[in-house]
Design a protein around this ligand. Structure first.
Ligand code: HEC
Length: 203
């Protein structure tokens, strides 16, 4: 009995001493290529800024992750963050699509479109593109938003629009605010993840 307790204690101690735990969430801090295996030769697509991933393993500087999200019927190459909400998490090649599994099929009542909950079963990504703390990553977007979106009018609330509505407004406003493509992506993703219909999920 005592021996058993000792063994459990030492196992959990060993588990805690590693820098991550299987099943932990991390977030993509900068868009990155993803790979089918740890040799990272064959790209299977990319993960987008802000995408939440599930850690499965780590070898050297590379994380093995799972990605959960939603795809629109007929467009299996794009994984979005939520059902019916077009915040891009992943764009997959044909080989990447083969690594996905459909978990659930749901019809959107408002639009009549069919969405599928999907799991990207395995992808390898370099540690420099992942962060444990998305709040730190959003700092850059928030600074741009506050500095550049207040030159002509008051700062709009991120909850003014839904996640699906923000990109079209941003396309016009980013030109007015002279944001480059990367800066636009940061502000756009920040607003989408903090929009009227997504703020409740915000990390
Ligand atoms: C150079 C001036 C300028 C800058 C910089 C600017 N805007 Fe605007 N914005 C406007 C004007 C003018 C309007 C009024 C509507 C129109 O003309 O499109 C507006 C309207 C808006 C609206 C309301 C749209 C609606 O349909 O109610 C939002 C939201 C908005 N801007 C967001 C932003 C964001 C986000 C940024 C920063 C990326 C930004 N704006 C930067 C000039 C600007």
């Amino acid at each position: 009995m005592n021996k058993f307790i000792l063994l459990t204690a030492s196992v959990s101690f060993a588990f805690m001493s590693i820098a991550f735990a299987k099943g932990d969430d991390m977030f993509v801090s900068s868009p990155s290529a993803i790979y089918a295996s740890n040799t990272h030769t064959k790209s299977i697509g990319m993960l987008d800024l802000g995408a939440k991933v599930n850690i499965m393993n780590k070898k050297g500087k590379w994380y093995k992750v799972k990605v959960y999200g939603w795809s629109q019927k007929g467009l299996p190459s794009v994984i979005y963050a939520f059902n019916g909400i077009r915040i891009k998490k992943a764009v997959l090649t044909k080989d990447g699509e083969k690594l996905t599994k459909i978990l659930k099929v749901a019809k959107d009542k408002e639009t009549g479109l069919t969405w599928k909950e999907v799991e990207l079963k395995t992808a390898w990504i370099n540690e420099k593109y992942l962060s444990k703390n998305m709040k730190k990553v959003w700092k850059r977007a928030i600074t741009l938003f506050h500095n550049r979106c207040t030159m002509c009018h008051a700062l709009p609330k991120s909850t003014k629009f839904t996640a699906n509505q923000w990109p079209s407004t941003l396309r016009v406003m980013s030109k007015r605010a002279a944001l480059n493509k990367q800066q636009t992506d940061f502000v756009s993703k920040f607003l989408q993840y903090h929009a009227k219909d997504t703020i409740k999920f915000a990390k």
